[in-house]
Design a protein around this ligand. Structure first.
Ligand SMILES: Cc1ncc(COP(=O)(O)O)c(C=O)c1O
Length: 401
């Protein structure tokens, strides 16, 4: 054996694009809370309530009946049919062959990106934004440009001209999340219309992350059932891919179930990608998904009513704290607000969890444009929100604010 074969090899590294991904700053704050006994966590995007019983029962029944096998890559036919009627009712005619079942929203985002972007492609995203949308294209070697929402008297707003200018003819994909995590901003119908027309003109793909579409609090003539969706405007055979999830509207974060609405012409290729990623979503989870879609409407409406009450309760409580600037956003399940010390939001959030056991997410976790803010998920009862606000006040008092 030669000398070089015996020498210790270089430290093994992942490839550069993966090493350059940003780690989660929310996780960094949560790590700072290890060892603190009593933390009130408002940092993750989920409710403190368990999935409703009728959905859990459907999964148990499916398991008992032996739904333990692989399924079709694109999902079981009854779930695709149930989703097609659900989407048709909300957004206009959609057929099962335009639906693919995925292993939740994040997998749907990865599949959508894998379908249309590759190394060197230009992607545009509107920020502040849940980091996954910005990082996923980078895994594929794409280059992501960001357009920042502005914060003013009316909360978070898009500068439409700035977005259209960023959508240059050499752009491959726009990733847009509305209702938005973390800001709660909702893209208006007119803005969607202008963006769709522009993207059509230049052949740019729109990947619309609409996982919070049902968590929408504007009333209009009566309670609206969803936020404005690109599916309301786009033909089903154009360059629009819509990503959705069971996580938020039916409290199914841990189940990992979602779906994509995409042109039929993409489905054979999408099927191959599903095969090489996850092969399929679990069969008994898909059965539970049918129960959610077919029987869950009353549940979702009650959930939205409760979330709206929680949002209003927290806005009122925080607005009474000197130094806090908070507005009620029209969608999602977060308040994204400024407070004393938030210009260094990571340090602030770590100090709050260590010193008073208050767990909120730093604005910088959602891109540099989020610095100066913190995100608070209000999907819990009002007593817990009040306890959190008391801790925030105690923290400010401790620091002489
Ligand atoms: C904007 C956005 N998109 C997608 C997801 C994905 O959720 P899931 O993978 O649980 O469906 C989340 C989760 O918080 C989100 O905030």
């Amino acid at each position: 054996m030669s000398e070089s074969e015996l020498s210790v090899p270089a430290v093994p590294n992942a490839r550069d694009a993966v090493r350059a991904l940003r780690p989660s700053l929310i996780r960094e704050v949560a790590n700072a809370g290890f060892g603190v006994d009593d933390v009130l966590p408002f940092w993750f995007g989920e409710s403190d309530r368990v999935t409703p019983a009728f959905i859990r029962d459907a999964a148990s029944a499916a398991l008992s009946a032996g739904a333990t096998f692989y399924t079709h890559n694109l999902g079981i036919a009854p779930l695709r049919a149930a989703l097609a009627s659900y989407v048709s009712e909300l957004h206009g005619s959609t057929s099962p062959d335009q639906i693919a079942v995925t292993s939740a929203g994040v997998n749907a985002l990865m599949l959508a990106a894998q379908l249309v972007v590759g190394a060197g492609d230009r992607v545009v995203a509107v920020t502040p934004l849940w980091p996954n949308l910005v990082e996923i294209p980078k895994i594929l070697g794409a280059h992501v440009e960001t357009v920042a929402l502005g914060y003013g008297e009316h909360g978070w707003q898009l500068d439409l001209d700035q977005l259209l200018a960023a959508l240059t003819p050499d752009t491959t994909m726009l990733m847009i999340n509305s209702p938005n995590n973390p800001t709660g901003w909702v893209m208006s119908r007119d803005e969607q219309r202008a963006v769709l027309a522009h993207c059509r003109r230049h052949g740019i793909w729109i990947v619309a992350d609409e996982v919070y579409e049902r968590l929408y609090y504007e009333d209009g003539d009566g309670p609206a059932r969803t936020a404005p969706s690109f599916l309301d405007l786009a033909a089903r055979d154009e360059r629009v891919i819509c990503v959705n999830s069971f996580s938020k509207a039916w409290l199914m974060t841990g189940w990992r179930l979602g779906w994509i609405v995409a042109p039929t012409a993409l489905m054979d290729d999408l099927s191959k990608l599903v095969e090489y990623n996850t092969s399929c979503a679990p069969a008994f989870v898909q059965q539970a998904g049918i129960a959610a879609v077919e029987q869950g409407e009353a549940f979702t409406r009650d959930l939205v009513r409760d979330l709206k009450a929680s949002r209003d309760h927290l806005v009122k409580a925080l607005a009474s704290v000197p130094g806090i600037d908070v507005k009620a956003p029209p969608g999602a399940m977060y308040l994204f607000f400024s407070m004393p010390g938030a210009t260094r939001s990571l340090e602030l959030c770590k100090a709050m969890v260590r010193e008073v056991g208050l767990g909120v997410a730093p604005g910088s976790a959602f891109g540099p444009q989020g610095e100066g803010f913190v995100r608070w998920c209000y999907a819990c009862d009002t007593a817990r929100l009040d306890a959190g606000v008391e801790r925030l006040k105690r923290f400010l008092a401790l620091h002489g604010k």
